[in-house]
Design a protein around this ligand. Structure first.
Ligand code: NAD
Length: 320
């Protein structure tokens, strides 16, 4: 069983060590996250050649010193390392294992780092094919959002061989602040999906309970102060309060824009639910959270931060 083979996560110090000097990086997926991550690699002295089917993404990346390529094959030609951050299971599998994909075209001895959020079975399919072809592969999903990508403060959760993790550190350190080796192939995705399901559940619970207390007449500021100094305190109450105007840096205080989109929360909860179903791990709260965030999306608020769920509950409470 996959879950039994996964060892505990541990934090690795910021010491930089590499089995060889990796300088040439191919970067696939120059979107909201990848655009900034590739730019940070350039800032740290890596030569970065990028590929994205979106011309706008390529043009924006070229302004940050990334050389554009017209295909995956052209991007990975001569690369020491490939980094990708792509939208879905299918796109990642096609990009790595497709007939024009990375594994067919990348030089032997290179290292492949996929930072997309996908089903743990995706890296588990790519890993043996990559190994057979003489290249290393790690799953390295990230936490920290677009701001973390921009400021190079992302947390990387890595699954794969320890040697490949060690080799990836100079690149991961250029793009992030924390790096965890979580176990074998797929373990990074398991850690990421577990984290995001818990974030979705605590976000939903915070919105629900704050809405109730405020509707009962409590001053929202007083209520938040109580929660932050009592047993219900969490990242949601301290950093990401769903009630507008209480935490100035939270997305709720800027009309729920510029955070972690509700549609991405739905994607991650669906991936986590499918993983849980596969091992028959009960997720009653995760299932409710998935449904609630789906409702937010179906009402047309998929682009808003996931803490927008508070507005939906508030609307319900206002009904007689
Ligand atoms: P995005 O849609 O902004 O970017 C994805 C990019 O991939 C797009 O520019 C798209 O054109 C490109 N792309 C599609 N197919 C491609 C291919 N075959 N080769 C190369 N590029 C291709 O998405 P994003 O917000 O940057 O998210 C990317 C991944 O990161 C997702 O898996 C997401 O779940 C994960 N993630 C996102 C955040 C966030 O806050 N946005 C946080 C953590 C993790």
């Amino acid at each position: 069983m996959a879950a039994r083979t996964i060892s505990r996560c541990f934090v690795v110090s910021t010491r930089s060590y590499s089995s060889k000097t990796d300088k040439n990086v191919a970067f696939l997926g120059l979107g909201n996250m990848g655009g900034y991550m590739a730019a940070n690699l350039v800032k740290k002295g890596f030569n970065v050649r990028g590929y994205d089917p979106s011309k706008d993404a390529l043009t924006a990346a070229s302004k940050n010193g990334i050389t554009g390529a017209t295909s995956i094959a052209a991007a990975v030609d001569g690369a020491d390392v490939v980094v990708s951050i792509l939208p879905s299971n299918k796109v990642v599998l096609d990009a790595y294992l497709g007939k024009d994909g990375v594994v067919k075209h990348v030089p032997k001895g290179s290292l492949l780092i996929d930072s997309s959020t996908v089903d743990p079975n995706v890296p588990k399919q790519i890993f043996p094919v990559a190994t057979e072809s003489g290249v290393g592969f790690i799953d390295a999903p990230v936490s920290g959002g677009v701001m973390g990508a921009q400021n190079a403060t992302l947390a990387f959760m890595v699954g794969g061989n320890k040697d490949d993790f060690d080799r990836s550190l100079p690149m991961l350190q250029a793009m992030g602040a924390k790096h965890f080796h979580c176990g074998g192939s797929g373990a990074g995705q398991v850690a990421k999906l577990s984290n995001n399901m818990l974030m979705g559940i605590t976000g939903m619970a915070t919105a629900e309970c704050m809405n109730m207390g405020i509707k009962m007449g409590l001053d929202p500021k007083v209520l938040l102060d109580v929660l932050n100094n009592s047993s219900a305190r969490s990242w949601s109450t301290e950093v990401y309060c769903p009630v507008p105007g209480l935490v100035p840096t939270a997305p709720s205080s800027r009309d729920y824009d510029g955070g972690f989109k509700n549609e991405l929360m739905v994607k991650d909860l669906e991936l986590a639910s499918s993983m849980a179903l596969g091992i028959r791990s009960p997720i009653p709260l995760g299932a409710v959270a998935t449904q609630l965030y789906r409702i937010v999306q179906s009402r047309g608020y998929g682009q808003k931060d996931f803490s927008f769920i508070y507005q939906l509950l508030k609307e319900e409470a206002a009904k007689k």
